[in-house]
Design a protein around this ligand. Structure first.
Ligand code: C5P
Length: 283
């Protein structure tokens, strides 16, 4: 069985406050894009659950989120674990703010559920995903959605009008827990207009949605990294993007375009000084 696991982008990301359980209450608009990993699930003969990837530095076996998701799925159904090989071909950059690990886990949940004849509804499957990671419930559902709470309270939204997305992952990685810790120590000066973006989606107004994109984490990046993300966003706007933003806890920057030719030109320009640059569509 071969399945695709789509990357996510944050059109907005707001942190509302720290919770007693150590997590943060968030409010964010999420969007899945065609940039994806490919997972192959193959039953094996008595070898247990095995996970492998084509990136040597990623965890394999039981430590990979894909394996944890499989275990949680079988537990939720109350059935014994299967002998299964999960092979992941990575295309989504790692530690990039695009939910690469979470979307692989979500794809495993969807695949196992489908293979079992869909015993769990999408909402039940998302709840299983919650035990694996905060972004997994959204990745189970995909599309355009508002995510609140830890990230598990999901409201499907009108689909973002057709557009082209240029995604650019700078050469450094960012630690998510570290950035959450940084945000606790500052007073946020600027917040996204999430309600304005929701109205723009209701009206099918791509430009209005693109102009309202904002992510509070950009403000707490270490200075050099903030400059680099700002530089990429400026380059996207210069190249004709209707709006540009950073995704998740970064450092990926992306821009939305209403014209495929302009988007391809932007991809080519940005790829000159950023190797991980992709032209995608929403999904
Ligand atoms: O849930 P997940 O394991 O993906 O979260 C990774 C880290 O991100 C957590 O350990 C926590 O530091 C931070 N986080 C948070 N609040 C959220 C989601 C994630 O503080 N809503």
């Amino acid at each position: 069985m071969e399945i695709q696991a789509f990357a996510k982008l944050n059109l907005t990301l707001d942190v509302l406050g720290k919770r007693p359980d150590g997590y943060h209450d968030l409010r964010m608009v999420m969007q899945s894009i065609t940039l994806c990993d490919t997972l192959t699930l193959t039953p094996n003969q008595g070898q247990g659950l095995r996970v492998s990837t084509d990136l040597h530095f990623l965890p394999t076996g039981e430590k990979n989120l894909a394996a944890i998701a499989a275990r949680r799925f079988w537990e939720a159904l109350g059935c014994p674990a299967e002998d299964l090989d999960i092979c992941i071909r990575k295309r989504i950059p790692v530690c990039a703010g695009m939910a690469g690990g979470s979307t692989d886990a979500a794809a495993v949940l969807r695949a196992l559920n489908q293979r079992a004849g869909s015993p769990l509804t999408p909402a039940e499957l998302a709840r299983v995903g919650e035990q694996v990671g905060s972004d997994v419930p959204y990745c189970v559902l995909g599309g355009t959605a508002l995510a609140e709470g830890r990230g598990e309270r999901l409201t499907p939204l009108p689909t973002l009008p057709r557009c082209w997305v240029v995604v650019c992952k700078p050469e450094f990685a960012i630690s998510t827990p570290e950035l959450f810790a940084r945000i606790d120590s500052v007073r946020l000066r600027c917040r996204p207009d999430t309600d304005g973006l929701l109205s723009a989606l209701e009206e099918g107004d791509l430009g209005g949605a693109a102009r309202r994109m904002y992510n509070v984490f950009e403000d707490v990046l270490p200075p050099r990294q903030r400059d680099r993300v700002g530089e990429l966003k400026n380059a996207l706007i210069q190249a004709g993007a209707l709006g540009a933003n950073m995704s998740g806890t970064g450092p990926t920057a992306f821009g939305l375009f209403d014209c495929p030719e302009a988007a391809e030109e932007a991809r080519a320009v940005l790829a000159e000084n950023c190797r991980d640059t992709f032209l995608c569509q929403t999904v």
